[in-house]
Write a protein that binds this ligand. Structure first.
Ligand code: SF4
Length: 325
């Protein structure tokens, strides 16, 4: 590990100013991700700016929304979140392990880096880690990689569970950066790799996530997160599904379906939503949504299994959000 300077920020303004002034400075919150990256050599910061003492830990609820501070602890256990946004509580509770969940933060969770094995192992070429170096996953083992949204430069998948649930809830990420404050719809936070996979988010250097707003939509309360993984704990999703649904007299009035583990960012399955909206919520409509969820998929040699797995996971999540019927 290379030596680095350490600064404890006393205000959001100080944190933003300090990181923005140095291209090799990084924010440090729970450290469950960044310190691994520093240890393993994917990140080599000059300076870590510790934001752990900033007043960003509150969860504030009113009739219109819940605002989650970027450093709020154990959000998935918060009673308002559990009652009003089940999909968010379930996603947060399925992430990592109890020890990691105790230390991690919502803001850090959204900015996790891919678990692509070739990104994590610095001996291998990786366009995301070293622009222009190549992509070892394309010709290597890519069982865990993307079937949707990838490019010939990168087929990494985004690892966050929380981000998938927040995508299904139309959440908005609030930031403060050198250019001021912004409110970014979560779907616009993440970039597809295209020919620049090292550009992962729409955030500028020195731009800090301060909070996440979750609107009180009619579909949020009837929602569910299903995570399919190789083992029951401390594992990333092979496929995950976040569904949120508003039914009126048995007909789907509004719906959101977001997928995890299959694309470089949380993937909004709009074709699947389209297959449900305005239709009676029965087995036929759910099966059509399952099939539509993988529209446009381009599986490769080792990850073709994710196509039927995604379709069945969507079907099951839709059944469970309807009380298992
Ligand atoms: Fe790197 Fe992306 Fe290729 Fe993985 S898939 S090796 S992250 S460029």
């Amino acid at each position: 590990m290379r030596p680095f300077a350490y600064t404890r920020a006393h205000s959001v303004a100080m944190a933003v100013e300090t990181v923005a002034a140095d291209p090799a400075a990084r924010f440090l919150a729970g450290g469950t991700e960044l310190l691994n990256l520093v240890r393993e050599g994917q990140e080599a910061p000059n300076r870590l700016v510790d934001i752990g003492a900033l007043p960003l830990t509150e969860v504030r609820a009113d009739a219109r929304r819940v605002r989650i501070g970027a450093l709020a602890p154990l959000v998935h256990e918060h009673p308002e979140i559990r009652r009003r946004f089940p999909v968010l509580a379930e996603a947060g509770g399925s992430a990592a392990s109890p020890q990691v969940r105790n230390m991690a933060t919502p803001g850090g969770n959204l900015l996790q880096r891919t678990r692509c094995a070739y990104y994590r192992e610095v001996r291998f070429p990786c366009n995301r880690r070293v622009p222009g170096s190549g992509c070892a996953a394309l010709s290597g083992v890519h069982r865990n990689n993307a079937i949707l949204g990838g490019s010939e430069h990168c087929i990494a998948v985004h690892p966050s569970d929380l981000a998938v649930a927040l995508t299904a809830l139309d959440a908005v990420v609030r930031t403060r950066g050198p250019a001021g404050e912004r409110a970014i719809p979560i779907e616009e936070l993440y970039l597809l790799p295209g020919d620049q996979p090292h550009r992962e988010t729409a955030l500028a250097h020195g731009e800090l996530i301060t909070a996440i707003d979750v609107p009180a939509t009619a579909f949020a309360a009837r929602s569910h997160y299903l995570k399919v993984r190789d083992r029951a704990s401390f594992a990333f999703a092979l496929v995950s599904v976040a569904v949120a649904l508003e039914l009126r007299d048995g007909v789907v009035h509004d719906v959101r379906i977001a997928l995890g583990g299959v694309a470089p960012r949380p993937w909004r399955a709009r074709a699947a939503e389209h297959a449900l909206r305005g239709r009676r919520f029965d087995d036929t409509a759910r099966a059509a949504a399952g099939r539509a969820a993988t529209e446009g998929a381009t599986p490769r040699e080792h990850n073709g299994f994710k196509v039927p797995l995604t379709e069945r996971a969507v079907l099951r999540a839709l059944s469970e959000v309807d009380g298992g019927r």
